[in-house]
Design a protein around this ligand. Sequence first.
Ligand code: DGY
Length: 326
Amino acid sequence: MALPLVLLSHPLPPKWISALQGRVRLIVGPPDAPGFAPHLLELLGEAEGILCLLTDRVDQELLDQAPRLRVISNMAVGYDNIDVAACSRRRIPVGNTPGILTDATADLAMTLLLASARKIFSASTDARNGLWTTWSPMGWLGADLKDATLGIVGMGKIGKALADRARGFGLKLIYTDSRHQPDAGMRYGAEYRSLDELLAESDFISLHCPLTEETRGMINTAALKKMKPSAILINTARGPVVATDDLVQALSEGWIRAAALDVTDPEPLPEHHPLYDLPNCLVLPHVGSATEGTRRLMAEMACENLLAGIEKKRLPNLVNPEIYKS
Ligand code: DGY
């Protein structure tokens, strides 16, 4: 019997996807280009499974070309690239990779917080460029962490993991979330605030919310103006949570002290974008989960989800359980 056809949007190391061997017929897209390559789109009519990345848009138009599709497995915890409602209407299960990238992403958020507080990027660049002429009492002065307030927007797994790390640096913690979560206060020493209160009180603001219609553009001119002029904004969640042009203006005009971004809108941020030229902005190419161990686990979990869907079993990490309700 012919093996079910699965489209893998971008190549992954064979060791990471060894579970698929002999169980599906895999057609793989090219590396280093977002979206589904034309030769994959041509095969949608036969495809029974899709294993994709956060850079691949799965929408109604794509689903309409894929009548045999039984599962979509996203190798990411976030799934804003997928029209989940459209998948649910077709009763196609969507899988994601929660949990396993929590530590790597929280580590990166803490790295960005420390790097921007202590001006690591500009100090290192200046040293290389010959501007380190003497030990300077006033040079490269950063922000203190001890007793400063960190506001965490989104107290899910990653927000909590950041809280754990930040406590070790003596930061005071506040958080906002659609749920109050009294355990956050008890376990992490974090107090609940409304978003406006958090913006006004925080010295550091770290975003850990999903991208939804509610959070898109949430950090806009109005929100940035509520922050302290000394505030530092960290985004390891999704780029469009922050209104890019508003942030450029805020950083250029000193409404806030600095920003450190692992995610941007758009992605990739084009060459010569004004954010790259701002000395108070640090930009990384979406590397929150980029450790060897984490990416391998993400790929393995994505394969488990995919195979479950192909074999008509419930996905271990299912985004749309409503498809099983009658
Ligand atoms: C995710 O999984 O959603 C991350 O953004 C990828 O690191």
